[in-house]
Design a protein around this ligand. Structure first.
Ligand SMILES: [Zn+2]
Length: 279
C-alpha cells in the first residue's frame, strides 16, 4: 500500500444522501482516501447493495474497511452469546469481502470479572473457530481486534499483539485515542514511537506497512474512555503521533472517529502532508 490514507468512521457528515455509496463519493470529493463502514448496530446490507458499494469504491479509488457490531463478546459466559458474537463477526466479514473491504475491525470482549489470562484463552479459542470458518469460505479479509479504551474491556496492546502472533489471519487495529484514555499516558512522540516499535518487534515490518489506525480526540477519567471529542477540543497530541508515523514510515489506513469526522480527517491529512514536505 502506498503511504497513509486518511478517512472517516462512517459516511462523512457533509454527505447529502445518507448512503454508503454517496459517502464513498463524498470521501473522494473531499480528497480523502478511505472510509470505514459502520455496522456497529447490525449488518444491514444486501448482497446486491454490497456489489454496488464495491463498484463505487473501485471507481473512486476509495479504500474500504468495516466495523463489526458492538454487541460482540468473545468472552461471554453463555455459549449462546459466544455463538451470536461469532455470527456477527462472520456476517460483517462476508459483507465486507463482497464490498472489497480489506479489513474488519471489532471490539473483542469484556473481562466480566475473569482474569486477563482466562479471558485471553477464551477469546483465542472462539476467535480461532471464526477464522477457520472464514478460511473455509475463502474470505481473505483481515480481521482486526481493536485496542480498547477502558480497563473493563479486553484489548490491551499486548493482548492484541499476542493474539496476532498466535492466530493467522489477524491484524491489529491500533486505536491510539483508546490507548491514551486507558493509560492516561501515551501522548508523546516517544510513547507513540514505542508502540510502533513494539508492533514491529512482535509482528514484523509487514505490520507497519499495512496498519489500521483509529484516531480521535477523547475525554477520559479513572475508568478510561468517556467519549470522543474533536481533536482541537482534546489534549490528544495528534501532531506528535503523525510525526512518529512518518518517522517509522507507517503505511495503511487512518480512520478518524472524532464527532466532526471529515473535518478532523482532513486536519490529520493536511498536518501529515505538511510534515512530509518539511522533512
Ligand atoms: Zn471501535
Amino acid at each position: 500500500m502506498a503511504g497513509l490514507l486518511f478517512g472517516t468512521a462512517g459516511i462523512p457528515r457533509s454527505t447529502k444522501i445518507k448512503s454508503t455509496q454517496s459517502g464513498i463519493e463524498r470521501i473522494a470529493e473531499l480528497g480523502l482516501g478511505c472510509m470505514e463502514m459502520e455496522f456497529v448496530r447490525g449488518v444491514r446490507m444486501s448482497e446486491a447493495g454490497a456489489h454496488l458499494v464495491a463498484e463505487t469504491a473501485t471507481r473512486t479509488g476509495v479504500k474500504l474497511s468495516a466495523h463489526a457490531p458492538y454487541f460482540i463478546n468473545f468472552n461471554a459466559h453463555e455459549l449462546e452469546k459466544i455463538k451470536a458474537s461469532q455470527e456477527r463477526l462472520l456476517q460483517t466479514a462476508r459483507v465486507a469481502w463482497l464490498c472489497g473491504a480489506e479489513s474488519v475491525v471489532f471490539h473483542p470482549a469484556f473481562y466480566l470479572g475473569d482474569s486477563p489470562e482466562k479471558a485471553y484463552d477464551t477469546v483465542k479459542k472462539y476467535l480461532r473457530e471464526t477464522l477457520t470458518q472464514l478460511k473455509e469460505e475463502n474470505n481473505r479479509v483481515c480481521i482486526r481486534p481493536e485496542t480498547m479504551g477502558k480497563p473493563s474491556l479486553f484489548g490491551t496492546v499486548e493482548e492484541i499483539l499476542n493474539l496476532c502472533t498466535e492466530l493467522g489471519g489477524l491484524g491489529i487495529c491500533m486505536d491510539f485515542a483508546h490507548w491514551h484514555a486507558r493509560t492516561g499516558g501515551l501522548n508523546s512522540h516517544r510513547e507513540f514511537a514505542s508502540i510502533l516499535q513494539q508492533i514491529e518487534e512482535k509482528l514484523g515490518r509487514a505490520a507497519l506497512d499495512n496498519m489500521h489506525i483509529h484516531v480521535s480526540g477523547i475525554a477520559y477519567g479513572g475508568k478510561g474512555e468517556r467519549k470522543h471529542l474533536n481533536l482541537k477540543e482534546s489534549d490528544f497530541q495528534y501532531t506528535e503521533l503523525l510525526k512518529a508515523l512518518k518517522d517509522y514510515d507507517v503505511k495503511g489506513i487512518i480512520i478518524c472517529e472524532s464527532p466532526n469526522l471529515e473535518e478532523d480527517a482532513l486536519l490529520l491529512q493536511t498536518t501529515y502532508n505538511t510534515l512530509l514536505k518539511t522533512g
